[in-house]
Design a protein around this ligand. Structure first.
Ligand SMILES: CC(C)(COP(=O)(O)OP(=O)(O)OC[C@H]1O[C@@H](n2cnc3c(N)ncnc32)[C@H](O)[C@@H]1OP(=O)(O)O)[C@@H](O)C(=O)NCCC(=O)NCCS
Length: 235
C-alpha cells in the first residue's frame, strides 16, 4: 500500500532509493548495514530473501510544480516476517514481524513519520501473510482431494500428509540497543512492551546488550490512525 500526502510518499524501496536508504540507516544506527542487506527487500517476501520487506519515506519539496519531482529519502524501515513455532505443538503456528532497522533523519523527526512507516510495514506484512495462508489452505484442500481420489482408486486409506501452513501475523518485535533511550522511548510510546536485558546480544557494540520490544498487531492498524489520515494532519 502507498501512503501519499502533499510532500511525503511511503513506498517500497527501489534500486534507485536503496543507496540513500542504506546510507541514512548506517548513519543513524550503530550497525553497518550495507546496500546488499536492503536489496533483499526489492523482491517480494519469500524464503530466498528471508521474508524481507521494507518501506522508505520520500520527501518531495515541490510536489505540485509541473517539474519532475525531486524527492529524497528521509526515513526507512526494514523487517522480516518470521514464523514462531512452538516445539511442543501446544499452539498453532503464528507469524511475527521483526523490525531490523527503523530510522528517520533528524529534521523530520517528531512528525509521525516513523509511526507511518511502522504501520505501513505491518499492514503489508499482514496482507502478505493472509494471502500466503489462503494459498496454503487452497493447496492443502486440493492436495487432500487428490490424495482421497488416489486412495479410493487403490482401495487405500492412508492419512493425508499435513501441509505446512502459515499462522496469522499476531505480533511485531525488535531488538533495541540498551543505551538507545530514544529508540526505546519511541517503541514504548507506540505500545510496545520492553523485555529483559539480553546481555551479549551485539558482538561489536559496547555495551553489548539489547532489549526485545514487542506488541500485538491488534490495535496497531485499527485505532483510527490511518496512514493518510495521520499524514494529512501533519502537513
Ligand atoms: C526513533 C525514531 C525512529 C522516531 O522517529 P519519529 O519519526 O521522530 O517518530 P514519530 O514522529 O513517529 O513519533 C510519534 C510519537 O512518538 C513520540 N516520540 C518520538 N520519539 C520519542 C522518544 N524518544 N521517547 C518518547 N516518545 C517519543 C513523539 O513525540 C510522538 O508522540 P505524539 O504522537 O504523542 O506526538 C527516530 O528518532 C530515529 O530515527 N532515531 C534514530 C534511530 C533509532 O533509534 N531507531 C529506533 C531503534 S532501531
Amino acid at each position: 500500500m502507498t501512503s501519499q500526502t502533499q510532500n511525503l510518499t511511503i513506498l517500497p524501496p527501489t534500486q534507485e532509493t536503496i543507496p540513500s536508504f542504506s546510507r541514512l540507516t548506517r548513519t543513524l544506527l550503530p550497525i553497518n548495514y550495507g546496500p546488499k542487506f536492503f536489496e533483499a527487500s526489492l523482491q517480494p517476501p519469500s524464503p530466498a530473501n528471508a521474508y524481507s520487506l521494507a518501506r522508505v519515506a520520500n520527501w518531495n519539496d515541490s510536489p505540485n510544480s509541473g517539474d519532475k519531482p525531486q524527492s529524497q529519502v528521509i526515513a526507512g524501515i526494514y523487517g522480516r516476517i518470521q514464523l514462531v513455532t512452538d516445539p511442543e505443538h501446544q499452539k498453532p503456528p503464528e507469524c511475527q514481524l521483526y523490525i531490523a532497522t527503523l530510522a528517520v533523519l533528524a529534521p523530520w523527526r517528531g512528525k509521525g513519520i516513523a509511526g507511518l512507516l511502522l504501520r505501513s510495514l505491518v499492514r503489508a506484512a499482514v496482507e502478505f501473510v493472509e494471502e500466503a495462508r489462503t494459498h496454503a489452505h487452497v493447496h492443502a484442500h486440493d492436495q487432500a482431494q487428490a490424495q482421497a481420489q488416489t486412495d479410493l482408486a487403490l482401495g487405500q486409506h492412508d492419512e493425508v500428509d499435513d501441509v505446512w501452513t502459515w499462522g496469522p501475523l499476531t505480533a511485531v518485535c525488535a531488538h533495541v540497543w540498551e543505551v538507545n533511550d530514544g529508540g526505546l522511548g519511541w517503541y514504548c510510546k507506540q505500545g510496545f512492551e520492553t523485555g529483559e536485558l539480553l546481555k551479549g546480544y551485539y558482538r561489536k557494540l559496547r555495551p553489548d546488550g539489547a532489549r526485545l520490544v514487542r506488541r500485538g498487531v491488534v490495535g496497531l492498524l485499527v485505532d483510527g490512525k490511518d496512514d493518510e489520515g495521520v499524514a494529512a494532519e501533519l502537513w
